[in-house]
Design a protein around this ligand. Sequence first.
Ligand SMILES: Nc1ncnc2c1ncn2[C@@H]1O[C@H](COP(=O)(O)OP(=O)(O)OP(=O)(O)O)[C@@H](O)[C@H]1O
Length: 307
Amino acid sequence: MKLLGIIVNPLSGDGRGSNIWREIEPLLKSQAIAYKAKLTTLAGEATQHAVTLLQENKIDQLIVIGGDGTIHEVVGGIMEAAEHGENCRLSVIPAGTGNDFAKAYGIPNNPLQALDIALKAANTVQIDLLKTASGRVAVNSIGAGFDGKVAKLTNEAAYKKWLNRLGLGQIAYFLSILRVFVTYQPCKAWLEVDGTTYEITDMWLTAVANIPFYGGSIQICPSASPHDGLADIVVIRSSGRLRLLPILFTVYQGKHTKHPAVSFYKGKSISLRTESPLLVQADGEIGGTTPLHIEIIPSGLRVIRAE
Ligand SMILES: Nc1ncnc2c1ncn2[C@@H]1O[C@H](COP(=O)(O)OP(=O)(O)OP(=O)(O)O)[C@@H](O)[C@H]1O
């Protein structure tokens, strides 16, 4: 018999994951839905939970109750299990701070509506994935520089907890952006896209995107699509902090695209070298430092999206 696999991060959204699971578990039981659930007890554990669920059970769909970091870890597990022939679809009940993945596939924040979409599983799409040389797989984006620092600061910030409790988690990213903005030091970098190298002076940020937004609702790469077999790359450079200030206020609507300090590229194979090592974020999780190499895995994952 096929089971539904469920991975819950009880701490996502500072406790929202746990609350959602308390609401949903009785519903699954009352509807006699066959499932196997695993709750994380440690950071990083969701990857092993996914591998174990897929290898020990007949599971063709994994539901994540969590945020983008938990999805990131679960996808790592799905890819690992796929090497041993396991194959499953992913769906999400958003419980995190940013919930960019859920937004990209039309999944509402309301847990009961999201559960309904996952259980009906009426619309499955294939999405591309971003794989780094170290084997990390991202679903949303990978970035180095400014956004690496923003991810680190947000994940460690006390204000993330308070804002999540007030249901305002996305503002946490904005506060971190302001904090990093006043202190960040740009550096020289070399970006290679499908064999062509670009030298970048005063690089603030290079982000490789599979979907248009990150950090909650920042439209960093408005034309990115997870269905085109290509990554969209955005580079922000500037010699002056003040000249970059307008970007902070236009990037939320994706209106920074015409700013002279912003360049876009598309490609399948991307490398980034920097003058000094920069923090790298992958789906909002800290993933080492530069240098960085990313390859696209076209149509690497099946995802259940809203109809
Ligand atoms: N039981 C746990 N204890 C401590 N950390 C955990 C636990 N389970 C998962 N984690 C870690 O929690 C981190 C964040 O989880 P998640 O991304 O789901 O929530 P979020 O940070 O609130 O949301 P978002 O990523 O959407 O901003 C992940 O890095 C994960 O490794």
